[in-house]
Design a protein around this ligand. Structure first.
Ligand code: TXA
Ligand code: MG
Length: 320
């Protein structure tokens, strides 16, 4: 079996303290032994990631999580039971076994059980959890296929475990617990509505600060290299009337933009399905970024469910 051989290769490298890209249902991660600070340091180097930006620790069970987390607040346990394995990351009080480098010196560690068969099997066969940020150079668009990882980090990492395209397509929702308050620090694959249905009202605090708690909160993130402009298509067309139509690319949702050549457009979801749009988001941004154009236009999606998390990515990718 190909998958089994690939798993063995991945396990070998991880045990040796090397980096392996792993598939998850949200985006691909760049993984290392979370208990080994030297291995974790390689992640920051490969990604060019500032060390003030902490990593998520991936595990296969609540039981394993309890070996490196002091305790689960009651509401954290409720959320974990409902949404794990899944696109939810919980900020929990860490035990000393987690190196400070993983948490950037914070007292909490970000923890998640990813919902991907191959990666769950990998985690089960290891006797340590995996620290893994998204497998992209810092600040660039997150990868949702093995090829995306290969294109950008291929020569910097030991191995890429190919598990197909990520089914959700945007990162996990990050949730923290202070006293009796619940705060969402990053919008993601589990919607605010779904969380509130379970635990009541939560705060949403995803705004960037000078010293961000979650640098997914940094104002500029998930960004293509080409100028990415978010606004009403009508206004953008007027503002960029000096460009030829073939110098403009469009990230469409539903209808295409009739003024722009079709080959310059990527449709997130012709049927206006938010789930499909999330799946296609990062691949679409990459496709347009690789075209020979001057600018990329995008319009915000409906601000509900996954639309909120998608819009968050669009705003942060935007140049203004
Ligand atoms: O879906 C995901 O979450 C993917 C897959 C691979 O699991 N991972 C991911 O990792 O998106 P990354 O490193 O790109 O984003 C992790 C975010 C960062 O914004 C980081 O600042 C935040 O989580 N974070 C990690 N530990 C934290 C902590 N202790 N307190 C606050 N924020 C934390
Ligand atoms: Mg990331």
């Amino acid at each position: 079996m190909k998958d089994e051989e690939n798993l063995i290769t991945a396990i070998d490298f991880l045990k040796k303290g090397e980096l392996v890209a792993i598939p998850t249902e949200t985006v691909y991660g760049l993984a290392a032994n979370a208990f080994d600070a030297d291995a974790v340091a390689k992640i920051f180097e490969a990604k060019n990631r500032p060390t003030f930006d902490p990593l998520i620790v991936h595990t296969y069970s609540i039981e394993q999580a309890k070996t490196f987390v002091k305790y689960f607040p009651e509401k954290a346990e409720i959320l974990a039971n409902k949404f794990w394995a899944g696109a939810l990351t919980l900020l929990l009080p860490k035990k000393d076994i987690i190196p400070d480098l993983v948490t950037a010196g914070l007292e909490t560690v970000a923890v998640r059980i990813p919902n991907h068969t191959l990666t769950l099997e990998l985690l089960r066969q290891l006797d340590f959890p995996l620290a893994a940020p998204s497998a992209n150079p810092f600040g660039y668009i997150s990868p949702t296929t093995a090829q995306h990882v290969r294109n950008q980090l291929g020569n910097k990492i030991a191995y890429i475990l190919d598990g197909g395209a990520s089914k959700i397509g945007i990162e996990s929702t990050i949730v923290g617990f202070e006293n009796d308050e619940i705060t969402i620090y990053r919008l993601g694959g589990v919607s605010v509505e779904a969380i509130e249905a379970l635990v009541g009202n939560v705060n949403v605090n995803t705004h960037s600060t000078s010293n961000p708690n979650a640098p997914g909160m940094l104002a500029s993130h998930y960004a293509p290299r080409k100028p990415f402009l978010v606004g009403k298509f009508e206004d953008l067309l007027r503002e960029f009337a000096h460009l030829k139509v073939n110098q403009i690319a469009v990230l469409a949702f539903g209808a295409y933009l009739k003024e722009i050549p079709l080959e310059n457009q990527f449709n997130l979801s012709p049927q206006k399905d938010l789930k499909e749009a999330a799946q296609n988001l990062f691949a679409g941004m990459r496709t347009l970024d690789n075209l020979d154009v001057e600018v990329i236009f995008a319009e915000l999606l409906p601000e509900e469910g996954l639309g909120r998390a998608i819009n968050d990515r669009l705003r942060r990718a935007s140049v203004r």
